[in-house]
Design a binder for this molecule. Structure first.
Ligand code: GLV
Ligand code: MN
Ligand code: MN
Length: 418
């Protein structure tokens, strides 16, 4: 235990990251673990066993969020929490979310091995469906914990095949009412999430630890464009109402709006397209787009949205199509808690690890945990900033360093007086 801070078993942590990566719907090294898929459920079982072996008591709520608790000497005081997610988008890598879950467990085990006695209990959370892949909405588990989505809206969610979230969770043995997921007030005193940066800055600046001071606010829209179909050979060009061409114009308008918002932090992506009937010799009559729009500032995000909506009206009129927008979510940004950030920085300093404050442009469960209790995130570098792709990679030494900073931070927070 150097600098009074416990060592993390880096080799064991790597072994577990590698083992979990083999639980995938895709061909390794590609990781795909979509909510309630066999791989997602087996991945959770894998984590659950490790937590039980570490002597933590495990509870699973009605939407599948898993809580593994190390009981402190003041078990009734609000607990300190850490954690992240193990679901993975199609064609992903093995570190996104996983570093926060297995690194969180490694941090707890390091404290146990060092003989640390927590005052506040320390809890590891594995959040359900941080990724929006199956139901189109991100941070589902943490969103529900924070009471930021009505349970009836969750119950009504359907995946693209028409399967309901309620049916799928029932098949996974989760039977309690969705209303029970929301956390009581003052359940946690603080939350700290360890995560790979998913961007290039720490690596470029040779800084091992990022401390997250803000998380950009994500929003998402589903847009249905309806035109008129017909035979690709027989329908002449004048007067066509091609839904796919209208969608293409809209995607370009989305890009333009992000550039013109007035902030370099506005980003917008049209990443999901469904074209009907999707046949080479048929004029597309129906297109569904999903648009992801984010910003650190709500004013410029709103400005970009207005520009998109006005372009959409213009395209609809010019091309004779109908365009209907549906908001999937529009979440405000979150701020890091100053005191929690300072504690993490102080721990890193004691470990001789340089830190930088940064903004998370990706969203995380911390976006919603920040509504529940004081929150920050610890970022570690990842190669070339790659994430959401199989080439995602973080150096074992960086992962272990992040887990050590987390361990020290959890220890300090656990002894914070009420
Ligand atoms: C999370 O995965 C995000 O899309 O930011
Ligand atoms: Mn992700
Ligand atoms: Mn993640």
């Amino acid at each position: 235990m150097s600098a009074g801070l416990p060592e993390v078993d880096s080799a064991l942590l790597q072994k577990r990251i590698d083992e979990l990566a083999l639980i995938t719907e895709a061909q390794p090294p590609v990781v795909t673990r979509v909510l309630f898929s066999d791989a997602d459920l087996r991945g959770r079982d894998y984590i659950r066993k490790l937590c039980e072996e570490a002597g933590l008591s495990v509870r699973i709520d009605a939407v599948g969020n898993m809580f593994a608790r190390w009981k402190g000497s003041a078990p009734d005081a609000p607990a300190v929490a850490t954690g992240s997610h193990t679901d993975a988008i199609p064609n992903a890598g093995k570190f996104d979310g996983v570093v926060g879950v297995l690194g969180g467990l490694a941090a707890i085990e390091a404290l146990q091995d060092a003989g640390f006695k927590p005052m506040r209990s320390i809890e590891l959370i594995v959040f359900t469906a941080e990724e929006p892949t199956r139901f189109g909405i991100g941070c589902l588990g943490s969103r529900m914990l924070a009471g930021a989505i009505p349970p009836e809206k969750v119950a009504a969610l359907r995946d693209p095949e028409g399967a309901s979230l309620d049916g799928l969770r029932g098949r996974a043995g989760l039977k309690d009412a969705l209303e029970s997921v929301v956390l009581p007030k003052k359940f946690y005193s603080a939350f700290v999430e360890l995560h790979i940066e998913q961007g290039p800055l720490l690596e470029q600046q040779h800084i091992p630890i990022g401390i997250v001071q803000a998380i950009a606010g994500p929003s998402a829209y589903r847009v249905r464009i309806t035109g008129e179909g017909g035979h690709a050979g027989a329908v002449l060009m004048p007067g066509r109402r091609d839904a796919s061409l209208a969608a293409s114009e809209l995607a370009l308008a989305v890009e333009r709006a992000a550039h013109q918002s007035g902030s370099p932090d506005t980003v917008a992506t049209t990443g999901k397209w469904e074209v009907f009937p999707n046949a080479i010799n048929s004029v597309p009559c129906d297109v569904m787009l999903e648009i992801d729009l984010r910003d650190t500032c709500l004013e410029t995000r709103d400005r970009a949205l207005l520009l998109m909506r006005s372009a959409s009206d213009d395209i609809a009129t010019r091309r004779g199509v109908t365009i209907v927008w549906e908001e999937i979510n529009a979440d405000p940004p979150a701020d890091g808690d100053p005191r929690t950030m300072e504690i993490a920085e102080d721990v890193a300093l004691k470990l001789d690890l340089a830190t930088a404050r940064m903004v998370s442009r990706a969203y995380h469960d911390s976006l919603f945990m920040a509504r529940v209790c004081p929150t920050t995130m610890i970022f570690i570098p990842c190669r070339n900033g790659y994430s959401h792709r199989p080439e995602e990679y973080s150096d074992p030494a960086h992962i272990a360093a992040g887990a050590r900073v987390l361990a020290g931070t959890l220890a300090r927070l656990s002894h914070e007086p009420p």
